[in-house]
Design a protein around this ligand. Structure first.
Ligand SMILES: [Zn+2]
Ligand SMILES: [Zn+2]
Length: 381
């Protein structure tokens, strides 16, 4: 009799323990079920976003060439084997560089790109690698919608091809239940105006700022049309472009939009469960421009924005920020820094020597450039 009661009590407590584990009390760490995880991967000065949902993977840009291995490793850490959608926003090196290695390392089902030709070896390599893997690059039209995981994404731009590579960026609006994200690539104001004129719904919870927060993107009109609850800036610490600019950050500050920055915070992860978006860290709300000294890893001014927002201190296991901040640190202290153009075999003291496109130039240490076979430019070095 006594024994029976003991068993009964035991069963009851077991039941109680299980009921405490029911959904609602669990904080998701990885995308599961109706979740969609959006990883703004820290790739220094560039852009790479991994989205995982319902067992599917979407990679929007792959960062620059020097971060390609880190992006591949990051995806492998997230157990990516197949990339269902690889989206190349446009063909500038800081977006396209890492995608070539991803084509080599993963099975890729669809590649979506922008329908223009970029005169660079990287562009040719990318197209040839796609062809070698029997992949045809698809050029989606504005309004095209694709099912993805537990949600979908719609192509918002480009509506045409311009001479400005950035304005050719494939912009997408990703939706999961009531939550939405906009990935702008490097789209600038002309493309923003085109999107607004279509009358499509530009409203979003999370806006990944166009062109790393440059002054040529994120117009007032776009902010008013999209009214984001959060902004994400992907840029490199101490980048030579001064990204993000004071002008753009001032707008976000004026609109009280909490901001995440990969240069301050490393990889930033958002998880949407269809109604709420949780983040792996709090917004840094650092509205300083890339021109200002970023020495004091600045203003963690009160970031609590209330209203059902969850910021969980997730483990670092899914982040590459450790690595990349180290890279950033060492490049700062490794003596002479040089400029490498997207094409060519010389390194330069300035990002706009001769015919090189400064937007495609990247910086690295002289020793690294030499080790990669580059030679000093006779004109500027
Ligand atoms: Zn660009
Ligand atoms: Zn860019």
């Amino acid at each position: 009799m006594k024994k029976q009661r003991k068993i009964y009590t035991f069963l009851l407590s077991l039941l109680l323990a299980f009921s405490l584990l029911l959904p609602g009390s669990i904080v998701p760490v990885e995308a599961a079920g109706g979740d969609m995880a959006v990883h703004f991967i820290d790739v220094g000065q560039g852009l790479a976003i991994l989205v995982q949902s319902g067992g599917e993977n979407l990679l929007y840009d792959g960062g620059n060439r020097s971060h390609a291995d880190e992006v591949v490793q990051y995806l492998k850490n997230q157990e990516v084997e197949t990339i269902d959608y690889m989206i190349s926003s446009h063909y500038d090196e800081d977006h396209l560089g890492g995608l070539v290695k991803c084509l080599d390392n993963f099975e890729v089902d669809h590649v979506l790109g922008s329908d223009y030709v970029h005169t660079s070896d990287l562009f040719n390599t990318f197209m040839n690698t796609a062809t070698a893997n029997a992949i045809t690059v698809e050029y989606p039209a504005v309004g095209d919608t694709y099912e993805f995981g537990t949600g979908s994404f719609t192509v918002m731009a480009p509506s045409g091809i311009s001479k400005n590579s950035n304005d050719n960026s494939v912009v997408i609006r990703l939706v999961n239940g009531d939550n939405s994200f906009m990935f702008m690539g490097d789209a600038e104001e002309t493309s923003e105006q085109d999107m607004i004129s279509t009358g499509m719904n530009l409203d979003c919870d999370v806006l990944c700022l166009g062109h790393h927060g440059s002054a040529s993107s994120t117009s007032w009109d776009l902010l008013e049309a999209s009214t984001p609850s959060w902004a994400v800036v992907s840029c490199g610490k101490g980048n030579s472009y001064g990204h993000p600019t004071a002008e753009t950050m001032g707008k976000l500050s004026d609109m009280d939009i909490p901001v995440f920055r990969t240069d301050d915070q490393g990889t930033v992860i958002a998880v949407s469960d269809g109604s709420t978006i949780s983040w792996n860290q709090e917004p840094c709300n650092d509205y300083s421009s890339g021109d200002e000294s970023t020495g004091s890893s600045s203003g963690s001014s009160d970031a609590s924005t209330g209203s059902g927002v969850r910021y969980s201190g997730w483990s670092d296991s899914s982040q590459i920020s450790d690595n990349s901040t180290e890279t950033a640190d060492t490049t700062d202290t490794q003596g002479a820094m040089v400029w490498i153009s997207a094409t060519g075999s010389k390194y330069h003291s300035i990002p706009n020597c001769g015919n090189m496109n400064p937007d495609n130039a990247r910086q690295e240490s002289e020793s690294q450039a030499l080790s990669e076979g580059y030679e000093a430019c006779k004109k500027c070095w």
